[in-house]
Structure formats: C-alpha cells, structure tokens
Design a protein around this ligand. Sequence first.
Ligand code: ATP
Ligand code: MG
Length: 491
Amino acid sequence: MSAPNSAADRHFLMFQNIFLGIFMIFKELFNGVRTRSLPFLECFLIVVVFQAIIFFKIDYKFILNSRFYFMYPQSKVGFVIYYSSLLLSPFLIWAFTQVLKKKKLSRRLTEVFSAGGLKNNLGNLPQFIFDNPLDKSTRKLRLTNAILPLLSFEKAKGSIESGLQIFIDEIKENRVGGTVDIIYAHEPMPSVFKLENIQDAKANEFFIGTTRSKVLKIYLEEVPHLLVAGQTGGGKSTFLRQFIATQYLCNKKTEFTLIDLKGGLEFDIFENLKRIKTPQNISESIADIQYLAEKLQKRMKVLKHNKCKDIEEFIKIPKEKISYPPDLPHYYDSLARHIIVVDEAAEMFLASHLASGKEVQNAKKILSQIARQGRASGIHLVVATQRPDSRALDPQIKANLTGILCFQMANDISSITVLGNGRATDLPPIAGRAIWKRGIEMVEVQTPYLTPLEAEEVLRPYYIEPSIVSVQKNEPEIEKKELQVKKNAKV
Ligand SMILES: Nc1ncnc2c1ncn2[C@@H]1O[C@H](COP(=O)(O)OP(=O)(O)OP(=O)(O)O)[C@@H](O)[C@H]1O
Ligand SMILES: [Mg+2]
C-alpha cells in the first residue's frame, strides 16, 4: 500500500473509532434509561451544581484566571455547545464508564474462557457480543457460541462465575443466531425467601419464588398444571402449602382437592376450610377426582356448544346468549376453578397396600384426562413427587404438566428425567432451592418459605370451626417449637 493511502486509511480508521465510540456511549445511555440502571438522581444533582456554577459565573472567573482563558466560548453558538455539554457530562461520563467496563469485561472473558477450557477444536473462544442490563440487578451477556454445545457452557458455569465474580441465573442458547446468552447478577441468591404479604398475588396468580433479581409470579392460565419434583427434604410440601394458601386467599371461588396418601399431615391445616376437600384414602380420592372428571366433560360440552375455547371466553358471554347442549339442558355450574394437588404421586400410581392395581389404573386414567383437558375447563393439576420415573408418574400425565419446579435431585438420571439435563443435581443443598422450567426457559429460584404455623395464621379467618389445627407431627423441630410457643401463649 502507498503512503498517502495508508494515511487515508489511518484517518478513516480514526474517524471510524471516534464514531463507534460516540455511538457506544449513546447506546449505553439509551440502555441505562430503558432499564433504569442509569443513576439518574446522582447525575441530576451534579447537573444542578453545574447549573449553579454557570449561573454565578464561577466557571467564567475560574477559566479567565487560568492559562486556558482562550478556551472560554466567545460566540453564542460556542456558549450553547459549552453549556449543553457541561449539563450532559454526568450522563455521558456514566455511559463512558459503562463502555470501559464492557471493554474490560471482554478482555477478562478471553482469560476466563481460556482457563475454563471453553475452546472449540479449532482453538476458538466464544466472542463477546454485548453485555446489557435487564433490570437493576440482572444483566445479559451475549456471546458467539464458537460452535460449542450449550452443555460446554453449562459445564464451565462454575469457572465463569468465579472468574468474573458473578452469579449466573441462566444460560440460554440461540441456535439460529449461533449465540449464547448468560443471564447473571452480582448478588447471590437469598437462602430464605419470605413473602412479605401472601395476599399480594392477583387472582389465579401464584409465586414460584425469587431469582437473584426478581420475584417470579405466574398465572394459572399460562401454566395450568404443575409438576413439583425433588428428593426428600427439598421443599416440595412447603411449596405446595404456600401455593394452596395463596390460591385460597387470592381467589374467593377456587375449590381444592388435596390428596396426600403418604399418611403425613401435610394438608391438615387445610381441613376445616370451606372450599377444600382432603380425601383420606385412595378410594375417596378416586371418587373425588372421578366427580371432577365428569364435571370436566360437562364443561367441555358446554364450551364447545357455545364455541368457546376455554372457560375465560365462556365467562364473557352475556347470560341471555348462553345456550346448553340438548343432553345438558339445565346444566348449572359456578364455573369456579378447581385445583387438584397430589403430594407424592408414587403413592397414587404404584400399587401397594394403599392402592390396588385396579384403583391405580383408574386414578391414572382420570388424572390423565384432567391433565389433557383441564386447562380449558379450569381444572388444574399439581403433582409432587420424589420419583419422577415412568412407573411412579404416568408419562401421559407428566407430558401435560407444563410448569416444572424441580428441587435438588440425588442423581443426574432423576434430574434429566424431569428437566432434560442435570441442573437439579448441581443445585446447592439449600432447602427451597429449585429450578423452575417452563418450555425451554429455566431459572434457579428460592421458593417462598411459609411455615405451617404462618399458613394457619393467614387462613385462620376462614376456618369453619376455629381451632388450633394439629400440624406438629412430622414437622421439623423448629416448626414444632414455634407451634408449641404459640399454644403456650394461648393457654
Ligand atoms: N422454601 C424454603 N425455604 C426455607 N426452608 C425450607 C423451604 N422449603 C422447605 N424448607 C425446609 O425444609 C424442610 C423440608 O421441606 P419439605 O417437607 O417441604 O420437603 P419435601 O420435599 O416435601 O420432602 P419429602 O419428599 O420428604 O416430603 C421444611 O420443613 C423446612 O424446614
Ligand atoms: Mg413432602
């Protein structure tokens, strides 16, 4: 290349870099405003100080008395540029520091990926694309996948976390774009999450837990059936308790059938409540769900007859326009949602001293139908299990449980059976820590902790016969003590 050409190239490169730099600063500014991560108040206070400096001409006196006196703007246009850049400077400086941070991150990533062995066969490392805030505490880091499978990124999760001093919430793959998104935070996840007000949920909304940055709430309409899996002591029954209590309090009509064949007393606190049924054995449970399956059939017929895709659509039809199928001319239904909760599915789906083979087959058939058609007719299924294998949990039912909350699993096989990967095995051994999976989305959560006593407390106004419900059997020491203290206080 000739000399003038390289000079032109150099100039072009310089302008390109300046332009790119300015573009990146404004992009950061825009991101900061969009995600509210820009420290607006601090910047605004600095602007006020600058404004005062200009107003009292402190800058004018200061610059004129320095050897840079010639820099003070002489023309009106010059002054406008000077004035506006001074006022904008706190925002631009903040955006500039963000750009520098990203550059530093990009360099650090190269080191971390090399150390973590995140390299493809050609020796290429994933490349930094962007690192944007998602909200105040979570960020999204996008990388090229360097033709590496998602599993490689998941394996390197620990070294990325310690190398970058971050806590990863989720790693997502975008196969079409050939990129990987890492959702992370600088804060660790809390090991106990208490709901400030259990009645904060809206109708049909329930709490999954908290991620590092936000409380996850889901609507039953979006996720009509749930699978709650995990080894013993993970927090399944505690989650169910919180779920049932929230749903009971936040929906004034929703009805419940709570099945616990394990012989524990998990659902004792829900006895004595108007809209809750707690069948005591397999035959009673089958009779109750059989009744619901029949209700489902009738609801489906009425919905179809009125050309409604679900109960939500049906509710909106004016009463005078509703028509009934010929075989159900006087059908009446409060159209209340009904939630069936089964704590420990294996007890229901494995023949034992509790259930005969015929009863098991019957239960599977009915629950499978509810899982398939329940969403439209407002009948929901929540199944908890320690054993997610096909013998202990009917595959047809499992396939329709679209929301999965998986607490720690003992081995990869169980985790893969539930989540499709081994993430639940890698969870820290903290009660209440789980993976929430919905479709392809997966996120680590700390589920809400509601003790039996607290649940009893919030439900107390609704008990038909106010009494202390026995919750102490099978409860851990701390919860027993809590209950005892309260009983003593009452005496
Ligand atoms: N979200 C939580 N936060 C804090 N502690 C929790 C949480 N969930 C559960 N725990 C603690 O772990 C204990 C066991 O929880 P839980 O009985 O819900 O487990 P489980 O999964 O139902 O076990 P099992 O399969 O044996 O029935 C609870 O008594 C409580 O002390
Ligand atoms: Mg349990």
